[in-house]
Design a protein around this ligand. Structure first.
Ligand code: C2E
Ligand code: MG
Ligand code: MG
Length: 555
């Protein structure tokens, strides 16, 4: 059953009005009186017929504008009935008195056909993506709104071609276009006749599944890593592109439990799509309300970071690191803080993970590098201040192709000595484009920059891989240190890690050391350095600077 929508109501009203006009025309034709009287006003019958025909033509046009397909059919149907009726009257009365009406009807039919063909061509080009020949964003909004208005069940899949940007950047726009076109063709093989596909943005396609065989099952066959051979932009060579797809699904059944708009449904699908990025394979996620909460937190954190970068809410604190044996200052770890306008301080734990999920982390890393090096450059001009400034660098930054050039620029601008700079990376850096990361690390080593492996003991890198990593310092994570005074097995683990670090030709530092007892054990196990509240909390730059000129710290 077709649902009563506002558009359908308009169509019904216009159709009824059309029939009323048609009826009035017919009765004025039958009475054949020269005048039509409204009160004192005498209107010639021919004028009345002209007005009614004009209104009828207007109704036909309004019908097409309301729904060019259904409206056209109704208008054409009414016109044909009127023409047949007039033809019948002329035959029966052996008179051509209805000939003007016939001509008007035929002109109306031609006008209807012209408007219809113009409208359908316009509508197709307005609603079609020229590369994939599927619907575009506008047609997505139209279709979803029609489904919502008609309270129909549907499933929306939002699919992303993960390597699209990379392909565009490296091989050119034409290759990217070819890739998205082939991907759309591949996906259309799993669609039923009623399902529709749309291209929403460059690399993102949406599919509107009508109720039927499980969309999730159908998508599984296309959501897997695949290669597509595409011609290069110059047409001379062929390029093998890897196609990685991820799909976020939203199942929508009335009554819908979220704000019923095309964009909110797409946002939910986008949230589910974002969740697929953490999956190794079968990258399909179905949206649920919990995801929305995570998504809101993510958006809030991203908003805070953007605001903080613009309005300068970020500042740095420095936590001292000491030699374990004689408590000599080794240097400082740079830690970021965010001071909101209400003066509350936000810990990095609240915004760094969110920033890492977006590209904002690169901006944070740049800010920290620039600020720490600018602040400490004058301190290091004094040769007696032989200290190292350690800076946390995210996996995204470390694996980005232009990181070395960005860092070199900051080094030049600040005149900071590279051998006094240490970058802390985590094992996650090696899960994001391992090749670029290792190449970046090698270039950093060539520049004289030191590399520390942070949070060691929380990751999963194999010992074999670890042995090949070009690092200078192993930072044992706080979680391994926490129980060393009470647990013999933890002591053994830490002892082995320190030993392994030394075998790897690295120095070893323990972080998060809070107790004297822990210090004693670490000293006993020949841990080179320590960092922790026991000997120093993070402090502001002025205090850190003063600490540099301090000779003794007193064990
Ligand atoms: P992380 O790099 O492992 O930093 C060490 C964290 O342990 C710091 O927390 C530090 O304040 C804390 N800590 C140090 N000693 C002790 C201790 O004895 N006891 C306890 N309970 N905690 C101790 P913070 O500053 O909250 O930083 C948390 C994490 O946020 C950092 O872990 C790092 O992953 C990230 N982060 C902080 N600053 C930056 C930054 O500038 N850039 C980037 N990319 N990440 C940062
Ligand atoms: Mg760190
Ligand atoms: Mg750490």
């Amino acid at each position: 059953m077709r649902h009563i929508t506002r558009k359908n109501i308009r169509l019904i009203i216009l159709t009824l009005l059309g029939f009323v006009c048609f009826w009035a025309l017919r009765s004025s034709g039958m009475k054949a009186e020269p005048f039509f009287q409204i009160g004192a006003l005498r209107i010639p019958s021919s004028t009345k017929s002209g007005i009614l025909s004009g209104i009828l033509s207007l109704i036909y046009i309004l019908l097409i504008f309301t729904d060019y397909k259904i409206g056209f059919r109704i208008g054409l149907g009414m016109n044909i009935i009127a023409t047949v009726y007039l033809l019948f009257t002329m035959i029966m009365s052996h008179s051509i008195v209805s000939m003007p009406g016939m001509v008007t009807n035929i002109v109306s039919i031609v006008t209807l056909l012209t408007i219809y063909s113009f409208y359908s061509r316009l509508s197709v080009s307005n609603m079609t993506d020229y590369i994939t020949k599927q619907g575009n964003r506008r047609s997505y909004v139209k279709e979803i709104n029609e489904h919502i208005e008609a309270k129909k069940s549907f499933t929306l899949a939002y699919i992303e071609l993960e390597d699209f940007k990379h392909t565009n950047d490296v091989y050119g726009i034409q290759t990217g276009d070819y890739l998205i076109k082939k991907t759309a063709e591949k996906i259309s093989s799993i669609l039923d006749k009623k399902d529709k596909m749309f291209r929403i943005t460059g690399s993102k396609l949406a599919i509107l599944f009508e109720p039927g065989e499980s969309p999730e099952e159908r998508l599984k066959s296309v959501i897997m890593s695949d290669t597509i051979i595409v011609p290069s932009d110059d047409g001379k060579t062929e390029i093998t592109c890897t196609v990685n797809l991820g799909a976020g699904l939203v199942y929508s059944h009335p009554p819908y439990n979220y704000t019923k708009t095309a964009s909110s449904i797409l946002r939910n699908a986008e949230t589910a799509l974002a969740a697929t990025r953490n999956l190794a394979d079968h990258k399909i996620c179905i949206f649920n309300e919990n995801m929305q909460n995570t998504d809101e937190k993510q958006r809030e954190a991203e908003f805070l970071v953007k605001e903080a970068l613009i309005h300068k809410y970020f500042y740095l604190v420095y936590q001292p690191q000491f030699t374990t044996d004689d408590k000599k200052l080794r240097g400082f770890e740079t830690l970021i803080r965010c001071r909101k306008p209400d003066c509350s301080i936000v810990s990095p734990v609240e915004f760094i993970p969110a920033a890492e999920r977006s590209n904002l982390i690169m901006k944070i890393d740049d800010f920290v590098l620039q600020t720490a090096m600018t602040e400490f450059k004058p301190v290091l001009e004094n040769d007696e201040n032989d200290i190292i400034i350690s800076i946390n660098i995210s996996a995204k930054t470390m694996s980005s192709r232009d990181f070395i050039s960005r860092l070199t620029k900051i080094l030049e601008e600040t005149q900071f000595p590279p051998e006094k700079l240490e970058l802390e990376i985590t094992e996650y850096s090696f899960s994001e484009s391992m090749e670029t990361t290792i190449s970046n690390i090698k270039q950093l080593r060539d520049l004289g920059v030191k590399i520390a492996l942070d949070d060691f003991g929380t990751g999963y890198t194999s010992i074999k891989t670890l042995m090949t990593l070009p690092i200078n310092l192993l930072k044992i994570d706080k979680s391994l240190i926490d129980d060393i005074e009470t647990s013999q097995s933890m002591r053994d683990v830490v002892d082995s890690v320190i030993y392994m670090g030394h075998v790897m030709n690295c120095e070893v530092i323990s972080e998060g050391v809070e107790k004297e007892a822990q210090l004693d054990i670490l000293r006993e196990h020949k841990c080179d350095f320590i960092q922790g509240f026991v000997w120093g909390k993070p402090i502001d730059f002025e205090d850190a600077k003063n600490m540099c000129s301090q000779e003794e710290f007193g064990i």
